[in-house]
Design a protein. Structure first.
Length: 361
């Protein structure tokens, strides 16, 4: 994960479960007036402002479609149901905002919704004061997927776009952030990520709790397995490196590590790339690193080998390499280490030299 100065949030579908709430209103309007197949044009509108939404609906149903009438009725239905703090807040919202404030990161909101509605909803949810800037659709000329709203947010925050994450749920939002040079993170709501979204986003994460972990540097692989950024913890890890078998597999040496050797190794790996502890079911069971020269290395203590932990961790390092725009990942595997060769080759690594293997991204 790259160091960052700010996070810019979309609102509908990210902070609030409002995309689904609005869609339910439109589905009732569609049933009442016999409007067919409303879901597809509605989903195409996500992330856009009111003017673009009207254009999309008229493109779908024709110029004589009474959009303004239907939109007014849907809006009245929505506000009657959800105003006054009744709009559902997505899980993890206050937790991620608290974390960012504690880390002294700047926070902005960039929503295509009009300003009055945005301010009221944030105030009703008691989260308005978290945001250093609130940028809305009526403050820019061009709607998402154009980058204007995110660029204005960064300008108001006083940060370079390349040093800001954008949290979005919609295709148009991700396109907007990507075009603006921010680092988009997609948290899908009504529409899953497709190949385009995965190319544009630095990460696709299920929920805001996962985003908070990502911003903390934690990489969650599954419910049992996660990668924790390095911190001094040699009292736990030294025992792995005092196993002669492990030392031979890792470094092809006939002696074991002492504490000073281990600290030097960790210091080097942490200073020249990304170093993580492997946590399985709450216990640290190994370490894995991706160096700036694209070399990956992994150690798992004996008791947790042959559980496919290493395979999943290396795959996560491939994902990290992709985020870092690396073109390949390489691994130094000694000729006698058949177990590691089998694992790496099962992931798609190919042998390039006697003891070197490479994965092309």
């Amino acid at each position: 994960m790259k160091k960052f100065d700010a996070v810019v949030f979309d609102m509908d579908g990210v902070i609030f479960d409002s995309e689904m709430a609005v869609m339910k209103c439109w589905l009732e309007i569609a049933e009442k007036y016999g409007i067919k197949d409303i879901e597809e044009p509605y989903l195409a509108c996500t992330g856009t402002n009111a003017a673009r939404t009207k254009e999309i609906m008229l493109e779908a149903y024709g110029e004589d479609f009474p959009y303004d009438l239907y939109a007014k009725e849907a809006s009245e239905m929505y506000h009657e149901r959800y105003d006054g703090g009744r709009l559902p807040v997505k899980p993890g919202v206050t937790e991620i905002l608290d974390f960012l404030k504690a880390e002294k990161k700047k926070i902005a909101l960039a929503s295509s919704t009009r300003r009055e509605t945005v301010i009221n909803q944030l105030r009703d949810a008691n989260i308005l004061d978290y945001f250093d800037e609130v940028i809305t659709g009526d403050m820019v000329q061009k709607s998402k997927p154009e980058p204007d709203i995110f660029l204005l947010a960064c300008e108001r925050l006083g940060v370079d776009p390349e040093n800001a994450y954008a949290i979005e749920d919609s295709y148009n939002g991700i396109r907007s952030a990507f075009r603006g040079g921010l680092m988009p993170i997609m948290v899908p709501d009504l529409i899953p990520a497709d190949n385009e979204m995965r190319r544009c986003a630095v990460a696709v994460i299920d929920d805001l709790e996962g985003v908070a972990s990502y911003l903390k540097g934690i990489r969650i692989i599954d419910s049992k397995l996660k990668l924790i950024p390095y911190y001094p913890c040699e009292d736990i890890t030294l025992k792995w490196y005092q196993d002669p078998v492990v030392c031979r597999q890792v470094d092809n040496i006939d002696h074991v590590y002492d504490l000073e050797m281990l600290r030097r190794m960790y210091s080097y790996l942490d200073s020249n790339g990304s170093l993580f502890y492997i946590e399985y079911e709450g216990k640290i069971v190994g370490d894995v690193s991706l160096r700036d020269n694209s070399e990956v290395a992994i150690v798992i203590c004996k008791d947790y080998q042959n559980m496919h932990i290493g395979r999943r961790c290396i795959y996560e390092m491939i994902r990290l390499a992709r985020e870092k725009k690396m073109t390949s990942v390489k691994a130094n595997i000694y000729s006698f280490n058949e177990q590691s060769k089998t694992m790496f080759m099962s992931l798609g690594f190919e042998q390039t030299d006697d003891e070197w293997y490479e994965y092309r991204i």
